[in-house]
Design a protein around this ligand. Structure first.
Ligand SMILES: Cc1cc2nc3c(=O)[nH]c(=O)nc-3n(C[C@H](O)[C@H](O)[C@H](O)COP(=O)(O)OP(=O)(O)OC[C@H]3O[C@@H](n4cnc5c(N)ncnc54)[C@H](O)[C@@H]3O)c2cc1C
Length: 222
């Protein structure tokens, strides 16, 4: 199911112990078909498989040693629910107290930014921009490897958070202001700032804030 939902990427390794189900021809054929490498660690070395063992241990504590299930289907559902919890919500000290999904999202963000730096460098290295550029200031010419770019992104990237939408404009029950910017239920209180935006606009929001202010100014002047 994981392969169907997520697809596999080159270099993917499946860590397991040496139990018969993992050694079986069927299982190994399936791994091969998806291009996944099997790792069963080495004798006396538990480290390769340590994280997977930790997951099994916690799954057993949560699902196996606790409730008794009336049907196989119930047990299956409990395992699926727990895996969803484990992936989305459970915090891992080994991941800096993030859930696996949060950790992966951050990793994807970093990889996207590394790609963006490479694209920018390619663009800037071509005419006509190349003739105008003297030096690369950041990350700098010494940052040539992916590892160096990852370090740079982690150290320097920032979020651009545009607070908006806390007093959403609309016609429905939950809207705070009406389309003429009046606070619903009150006669003479109006709001004209980024908080009335029903959704965050796709560009930066300063110009839109000024237009909202202009609109209310004109409206009140009549
Ligand atoms: C660092 C930074 C860079 C940005 N760069 C850009 C950019 O390049 N381009 C762009 O389009 N947008 C940019 N933005 C976003 C944009 O400037 C703001 O989103 C926009 O100004 C929000 O307007 P606003 O009227 O909703 O709120 P604000 O501009 O924050 O106005 C709120 C006002 O209410 C006042 N106030 C707060 N509490 C009270 C109170 N109790 N009584 C009376 N007055 C009060 C505050 O002093 C303030 O003057 C940037 C924002 C930041 C922080």
């Amino acid at each position: 199911m994981a392969c169907f939902r997520r697809r596999t990427a080159a270099g993917l390794i499946f860590h397991s112990d040496r139990a018969t189900q993992y050694c079986s021809q069927d299982f190994q054929d399936t791994l091969l078909a998806w291009g996944i490498r099997s790792s069963m660690s080495r004798e006396g070395n538990c480290w390769d498989n340590a994280l997977t063992e930790s997951l099994w241990g916690r799954l057993k504590t949560a699902c196996d040693h606790g409730p008794r299930y009336a049907t196989r289907e119930q047990a299956k559902q409990a395992v699926m629910d727990w895996i969803a919890f484990y992936n989305h919500s459970r915090l891992h000290s080994a991941l800096g107290y993030l859930s696996p999904m949060q950790f992966e999202q951050r990793w994807t963000d970093v990889q996207t930014l590394v790609k963006a730096i490479k694209v920018l460098r390619r663009i800037v290295s071509q005419s006509p921009l190349a003739d105008m550029v003297m030096d690369e200031v950041e990350p700098g010419p010494h940052a040539t490897t992916d590892a160096a770019l990852v370090e740079y992104v982690k150290a320097r990237a920032e979020l651009g958070y545009h607070a908006s939408g806390t007093c959403r404009m609309g016609l429905d029950e939950k809207a705070v202001v009406t389309p003429d910017l009046r606070v619903r239920g009150l006669e003479n209180l109006y709001i004209a700032d980024a908080s009335v935006m029903p959704e965050l606009i796709s560009g930066n929001i300063n110009a839109a804030c000024m237009m909202i202010g202009e609109k209310l100014g004109r409206q009140l002047r009549g």
